[in-house]
Design a protein around this ligand. Structure first.
Ligand SMILES: Cc1cc2nc3c(=O)[nH]c(=O)nc-3n(C[C@H](O)[C@H](O)[C@H](O)COP(=O)(O)OP(=O)(O)OC[C@H]3O[C@@H](n4cnc5c(N)ncnc54)[C@H](O)[C@@H]3O)c2cc1C
Length: 519
């Protein structure tokens, strides 16, 4: 992935009509781009910020059927998601893992309810099941979760779901798109929709946020995959359009694994606000969340509320022998769910369906909102099929069911590096050529200088946040350590990408402002 080359390709081909332009480079947009390029459509994806900068880097990091939706009776949604879960684990083995969960049980009713429910979850997963769920007694529960408070504990229910790295998955999909002839561009904002004499959308106006250059780009189909910003695109189509999104904020905190000392994740099925709370091992730490706070404002950098952080800490503290405090939080991050609004009750969020919604406007803007990371592939398939059914695209079959995002056959000395995909061996080559580049940037983070160099050369980062937040996960794992390594990362980036000292300083100023939201 090389931004200069991709922009040059776009300019060279500016007069040609593309099949599809996708607005938004999160899970939904990237999934669409991959589906489209692998069907052979000429595809362009435009992202106003970085890939996955929005909701798609701020998830709970689960590839799951959604035990909670089962409790709500949405069996079909769960069945579909479990099927997709199986496919993602098969097609992206470099970024996913089978994760064991334990639900602590405090009454006989808990045991009956959750054991039965999770048996049904297994049945729905069918042959794509990740492991049988079962009841474990009190002592086995405490063996698996040694720092769980033992008072009143009757036992636990074990089940399995998928776990992943969300923003690395986004980059992996973006890479697969360019490998298959698509153009995906970050920092490229759609500012208007273009229409023909009959009022039918035939392209977009977009601005390269790096140069300020504006482009009019034509296509047969424009797809709105702008997540919580989808209504802005709807208003570009029809200034009077009604809101379709009800944003809801979800916050997570990251803690040291020393508070859990377990490889199993914990699932608390019912917290005080009626939500599920997870504590999930992730790259040596534990991600704990989430909340569900309806919001009226949307932003690229949502901020966790004090009440949300306290709620997570209080709830976790009730189950742990050593309750964490605010000083123990290594990172706090907030994300916005692009929930499809319920016209009957626009203020509800927990009750709003997590199912995605695909719509086609009179002027032929195809929009997809809602859904979840787990279903990104299926959502893309349905949306492109809708474009075919509407007669906008010529009919071609979906190719992504068995499309592997990881085809590397070379074995790696450092297994961890496989998160970088097929060409991760190039990072090992950088280190073998110059061993000092294999040194860790910080003792609390697993990342080396060689990785930053390779990322700059291959993954289109434009600023240090792209590297520290989404190419590596340093910001999400340990904000303070990420601040420490930021100057060195800025220096490597400026050497690799041809910037100067003033760029580095500006980058550091911006990064230091940004991290306040995560501390
Ligand atoms: C707290 C939380 C936890 C979650 N946990 C899970 C989980 O564990 N598992 C799971 O499966 N799902 C989970 N989800 C759901 C999942 O994360 C989302 O459904 C998914 O990331 C949404 O992706 P998206 O592409 O639709 O939106 P986004 O990731 O927000 O992407 C939309 C993109 O459009 C871009 N854009 C907007 N306007 C323009 C424009 N004019 N021009 C160009 N680009 C534009 C934005 O910059 C943005 O990057 C979670 C969601 C939240 C909020």
């Amino acid at each position: 992935m090389n931004r200069e080359k991709l922009v040059a390709e776009l300019q060279h081909d500016i007069k040609n009509i593309r099949d599809i332009i996708i607005i938004g480079g999160g899970a939904t947009g990237l999934g669409l781009a991959l589906d489209a390029v692998t069907r052979g459509y000429k595809t362009l994806l435009l992202e106003q910020s970085d890939f996955a900068k929005g909701t798609s880097s701020r998830s709970t990091k689960l590839i799951h059927g959604g035990v909670r939706y089962l409790a709500q009776g949405d069996v079909l949604l769960v069945k579909e998601a479990l099927h997709e879960r199986g496919m993602i684990l098969k097609n992206a083995p470099h970024l996913t893992a089978n994760q064991e969960f334990v639900i602590p049980a405090y009454s006989l009713w808990d045991i009956i309810l959750y054991t039965t429910g999770l048996k049904f979850y297994d049945i729905l997963a069918g042959r794509l099941s990740l492991g049988k769920s079962c009841f474990i007694n009190r002592s086995e529960t405490l063996k698996r979760l040694p720092l769980l408070k033992p008072e009143g504990l009757k036992g636990g229910i074990v089940y399995h779901d998928g776990q992943f790295d969300d923003s690395r998955m986004a980059i992996s999909i973006a890479q697969a798109c360019t490998d298959n002839g698509g153009i995906v561009l970050n920092y490229f904002k759609v500012t208007a929709l273009l229409k023909d004499g009959n009022g039918i959308i035939n392209g977009v106006r977009a601005r390269d946020l790096e140069t300020g250059n504006e482009f009019d780009l034509n296509s047969r189909l424009v797809i709105n995959a702008a997540g919580v910003f989808a209504d802005e695109i709807h208003r570009m189509d029809n200034p009077g359009s009604k809101p379709t999104i009800r944003p809801s904020q979800g916050v997570h905190i990251v803690l040291e694994n020393s508070f859990f000392q377990s490889r199993s994740a914990i699932m608390i099925p019912k917290t005080d606000d009626g939500r599920v709370l997870f504590a999930i091992p992730w790259y040596g730490n534990v991600v704990v969340g989430t909340t569900d706070t309806p919001l009226d404002e949307i932003s690229m950098e949502p901020k966790a509320l004090d009440s949300e952080i306290n709620f997570i800490l209080d709830t976790a503290g009730r189950y742990l022998t050593n309750p964490p405090s605010r000083a123990d939080v290594k990172c706090v991050f907030a994300g916005l769910r692009p929930l499809a609004a319920n016209p009957e009750n626009p203020s509800a969020t927990k009750e709003v369906s997590r199912r995605h919604k695909i719509t086609l406007s009179e002027s032929k803007l195809l929009s997809i909102i809602g859904g979840k990371w787990t279903s990104y592939r299926r959502m893309a398939e349905e949306t492109i099929d809708k474009g075919i059914k509407a007669g906008i695209l010529e009919s071609r079959k979906c190719q992504t069911r068995d499309f592997s995002l990881y085809r590397n056959k070379t074995s790696l000395n450092t297994e961890r590096l496989k998160i970088y995909g097929d060409k991760a061996c190039e990072i090992e080559k950088i280190i073998s050529d110059q061993p000092s580049l294999g040194e860790l940037l910080h003792p609390r983070l697993a990342y080396t200088k060689a990785e930053i160099i390779w990322i700059c050369r291959n993954e289109m980062p434009r600023n240090i946040e792209d590297v520290l937040a989404r190419r590596t996960r340093a910001l999400f794992l340990d904000v303070r350590a990420s601040i420490k390594i930021a100057p060195e990362v800025a220096a490597i980036m400026s050497a690799e990408l041809g910037f100067d000292k003033s760029w580095e300083q500006k980058q550091l100023d911006e990064y230091n402002r940004l991290v306040i939201n995560y501390l």
